[in-house]
Design a protein around this ligand. Sequence first.
Ligand SMILES: [Zn+2]
Ligand SMILES: [Zn+2]
Length: 429
Amino acid sequence: MSHAKLLCLGGCREVGRSAYLLSLENKNFLLDYGVSLNDVPLFPSHVSPNSIDAILLTHSHLDHSGLVPLLFSSRITPRAYATQLSAEILEYLILDMMKLSGSYLPYEVEELYKTIENIRPLGYGEEVEIGGVVVKALNAGHVPGSCMFLLKSKNFKVLYTGDFNSIETRLVRPVDSDSVLLECPIDLLVVESTYGDRPHEDRALTEKGFVESVVDCVEGGGVVLVPAFAYGRAQEMLCVLYKYANDLTVYLDGMARSISLELLSFKDFLRDGGLYEEALEFVRFVRGPKDRRRLLKEGGVVISPSGMLKGGPSVFYAKRLADRSDSAIFLVSYQIPNTPGDYLLKHGKLAPDSEKVKCNVKWFDFSSHAGRSELFDFITKVVDRSEGRTKVVLVHGEERAVSSLEEALKGKGVEVLAPKNGELLTFKL
Ligand SMILES: [Zn+2]
Ligand SMILES: [Zn+2]
């Protein structure tokens, strides 16, 4: 009897360094190969490029992609698949990581370019056959260009979700659940569980609350800093502001500028390419220190990386706005514990040795991951449609999130596993 195997190289009971080696029909598929970006980056377990038949990259966020270039550092060139947009964005994100953590990384810029050159683009709904296994990419709704991978052998089907979102945001369409359900029965579902213990507020309410707070502050003569990740969140905030408050003066700074322009060539990956193009005409690009000083004087909104105030121009703005009671810092992403953004939310200070800030500080839940009820819904629909034969493997979630979701699913009679890093799971075909 043959088996499918899943070796957990990283990303189990944690968010970061996602990496899973799936063996199906004697072929080995590496599902993502990311890093955890701490002060010193953490890596998943080693895998030899020799042993891999294909690398499947769901999206270019570094917790999924950050170690892929290492696999291109020998003379062997493994096959790798991702959407064309993920391949393009990989260059920006890895070069940026190299600036901050380059000395810790086990590869150089040559390997990054070798990776990008060798990625074979796979569009949404497109299939490719690798040694008797058909691999299909489906929209994951997480960031522009993100995908899930479905792997189909003669009598076993696997879905690896990567990061996904089942609500429509201003920037991207939701996960393609219809196609997923059409592909059922699915035997093995490897699914993220970032928000396994937390629901999200209704997105329309979040958008409304955010826009009202921004308008309030700007009308009072202040500056609003919106720290945002350069890829995805910055463009989403831009679309939200353009849609509801296009009489405001909105600026874009840092790496978000070049990534925003890049996305213009990939409008098919966006919910509304027309709206996005208009939003880019409406926003002003900050071109240097002079523009920065001027906007701080004249007022308006500035969207800038990094999203957790760890680097990039958002640090510059935060320091200058901290003392201004007419201004605000509105955080719009999850803040990793111990980042300056997290510290600001918890203590009202930018750092332990600084004064309490006088500006208004708020956090808005613009998550690009499915919340608890959406995760539960997605998983149980797949299980129901597969006559209960699906085995569910929970990954990409902190301990608390994974355990909470595991318990809820077990309560519904779902067969669920929550492995640890290093575990090898075996499934009979
Ligand atoms: Zn992601
Ligand atoms: Zn992730």
